[in-house]
Design a protein around this ligand. Structure first.
Ligand code: NAD
Length: 415
């Protein structure tokens, strides 16, 4: 069997199919596919044990016709130029779908942050900014947290950049509230998962109360999605992280507060009270009303798509369902709420953070949350209406809306 489609290959296939549905010729697909700029930097680090390790930093800036480049920085050994390309293009489309005035970018450093001491990680991040500062900025490219990076990393970037350009909080989003971050940003992606899933259930005339959910990944997105879905009455059947998972003993599901306390103590959900251990691959195949992959790309491929027993999937991670698996799941009638919509709460509140920074304002949490809900409900409504009118999948509808907006902006500038 050929290897499963990579995140980039899957994304390219979704984009190509959107271009075909919209009747665009091959040159438009090419224009949308190829990034404006790709940057790679070498990052040598003398570790505290005396060894020298050479890391690589990446940034792909996809297109900025709708606004400055925007996207996360991933700190993970798997990040490379190819993955950054796929994720940067996905960001351009996500911003277009949410009608945010940004283009897309993505990048990161090919390190395992858990293997570095805090001082080493800080040095690495500051070196990345020293090499990259001419290519980022409040009106140029605005990084944000992604896998393996967090508010603390954003504060280091903000500080290093501000040494050259003066106080510049708008150079990054997802930074600590104490240095200009927005209230509600940390939980925004998970909050958004709850809002989109709720909209979808409402549109189908059902309620989430009492329905079961399985979540893969318990980092920023997975843990806040768990909270948002549990707050809507969903039962947490199983949760996992990179070390393994926990499956609820009882029908009412896991007690989230107890899992969070265990996670704070041990750094993992494995061994949390009220459940028994389960492997990640088994967790994905559990029967449930909703499966939420919230870890890395490629969790569901052609290999396991036939064994998925969930009644629906909400892609909280970027690219968790490969294109070949998408086809199998569509044939099996399992609806997929696509990443481009489901996890867009993060970049939406990043936009609010940027707006607050540029105007030197600080909004209350309630204002952030009500604006987030309004943006996501508008985008979700457009996707649901279009999928119904065009008799296509939610992903196809979302890609078509976003692709049209991006193409219109790009062509308005002429060539
Ligand atoms: P994170 O680093 O905070 O958490 C990642 C989680 O996934 C951790 O619990 C980790 O243990 C787990 N994990 C890693 N590999 C795994 C595996 N093989 N099996 C099971 N669990 C595994 O990252 P995050 O910010 O929560 O991002 C998760 C996903 O959401 C990524 O795909 C990211 O691109 C996407 N995303 C994040 C944001 C954001 O605001 N942070 C926004 C949009 C999309």
């Amino acid at each position: 069997m050929p290897p499963p489609a990579s995140l980039k290959q899957s994304h390219d296939a979704y984009l190509e199919s959107a271009c075909q549905r919209l009747g665009y010729d091959g040159s438009i697909y090419e224009l949308l596919l190829v990034a404006s700029r790709e940057i790679a930097v070498e990052l040598p680090l003398r570790r505290q044990d005396g060894s020298l390790v050479v890391y690589r930093g990446y940034r792909v800036q996809h297109h900025n016709a709708r606004g400055p480049y925007k996207g996360g920085l991933r700190f993970h050994p798997s990040i490379d130029m190819e993955e950054s390309r796929g994720l940067a293009c996905l960001m351009s489309l996500k911003c277009a779908l949410l009608d945010l005035p940004f283009g897309g970018a993505k990048g990161g450093i090919d390190c395992d942050p858990s293997s570095l001491r805090e001082r080493e990680l800080e040095e690495l991040v500051r070196k990345f900014v020293q090499k990259m500062h001419r290519n980022i900025g409040p009106n140029l490219d605005i990084p944000a947290p992604d896998v393996g990076s967090d508010a603390r990393v954003m504060a280091w970037i903000q500080d290093e950049y501000s040494k050259v350009y003066g106080y510049s909080p708008a150079v990054v989003t997802g930074k600590p509230v104490a240095t200009g971050g927005s209230k509600g940003r940390e939980s925004a992606t998970g909050d958004g998962v709850g809002i989109v899933v709720e909209c979808w259930a409402r549109q189908r005339g059902t309620s989430l109360a009492g329905k079961s959910v399985v979540i893969q990944g318990f980092g920023n997105v997975g843990s806040h999605a768990a909270r948002a879905l549990a707050a809507r009455g969903m039962r947490l059947r199983a949760l996992s992280d990179v070390r393994g998972g926990v499956l609820a003993d009882a029908g009412e599901g896991l007690d989230l507060e107890a899992v969070l306390a265990h996670h704070r103590k041990t750094g993992s959900v494995v061994g949390a009270p009220g459940g028994r251990p389960i492997e990640n691959h088994e967790l994905l195949e559990l029967a449930c009303d909703l499966l939420v992959p919230a870890a890395l790309g490629g969790a569901i491929t052609e290999d396991n798509a036939g064994r998925i027993q969930a009644r629906a999937i909400a892609e909280a991670a970027n690219g968790p369902v490969s294109e070949d698996a998408d086809r199998v799941l569509c044939e099996r009638g399992i609806p997929i709420l696509p990443d481009i919509l489901v996890n867009a709460g993060g970049v939406t509140v990043s936009y609010f953070e940027w707006v607050q920074n540029l105007q030197q304002l600080s909004w209350e949490l309630e204002e952030v949350q009500s604006r987030l809900r309004a943006r996501l409900e508008t985008a979700a409504g457009a996707v649901f209406d279009s999928a119904g009118a065009e008799s296509c999948s939610l992903r196809e509808a979302a890609y078509c809306i976003a692709t049209r907006r991006l193409k219109d902006a790009l062509l308005s500038f002429g060539f």
